[in-house]
Design a protein around this ligand. Structure first.
Ligand code: 4NP
Length: 154
């Protein structure tokens, strides 16, 4: 079984949306993938996703309302095959807590799934309006389609 961890800063906007979208798609196709999300920061630990993220996902038929924010920890390198990060700051933080080379090899940028080696960011929608959340949803939706194609090929 494949296992994927999505990581952003707070685990209340981008990574829970990615988790919800991918779970929705894999459930629909009967694919067995372990999916989770986490943040590099502790500030929102224990919170449900930002209401704007929940609303945006709901409009696409995806329920993320019951997800709960947590902080990434070193055990995640053992628990997941692939750790997909939202942006460079998050990448640097995940690499900082990694223990050895095989941990580092598991880490990649979310957007590299559709724009290989670009290291593009999924823009942080937290300080903007609903349009930013919709844009992020659209990016993550495309990434999750690409993940499914990859998993199906294996
Ligand atoms: P996320 O968004 O990393 O996509 O969950 C953010 C959530 C909270 C903050 C920043 C980004 N914050 O500064 O509290």
């Amino acid at each position: 079984m494949k296992s994927i961890l999505f990581v952003c800063l707070g685990n209340i906007c981008r990574s829970p949306m990615a988790e919800g979208i991918l779970r929705f798609k894999t459930d629909a196709q009967g694919l067995k993938i372990k999916i989770d999300s986490a943040g590099t920061e502790s500030i929102h630990v224990g919170e449900n996703p930002d209401p704007r993220a929940t609303q945006t996902a709901k409009e696409h038929g995806v329920d993320i309302s019951r997800l709960v924010a947590r902080q990434i920890n070193r055990n995640d390198f053992d628990a997941f095959d692939l750790i997909l990060v939202a942006e460079a700051h998050v990448y640097n933080e995940v690499i900082r807590i990694s223990r050895h080379e095989s941990d580092k090899k598991k880490v990649d940028f979310i957007m590299n799934l559709i724009h290989p080696d670009s290291n593009k960011a999924v823009p942080d929608p937290y300080y903007g309006g609903m349009d930013g959340f919709e844009k992020v949803y659209d990016m993550l939706d495309k990434v999750c389609d690409a993940i499914i194609v990859k998993v199906e090929k294996k």
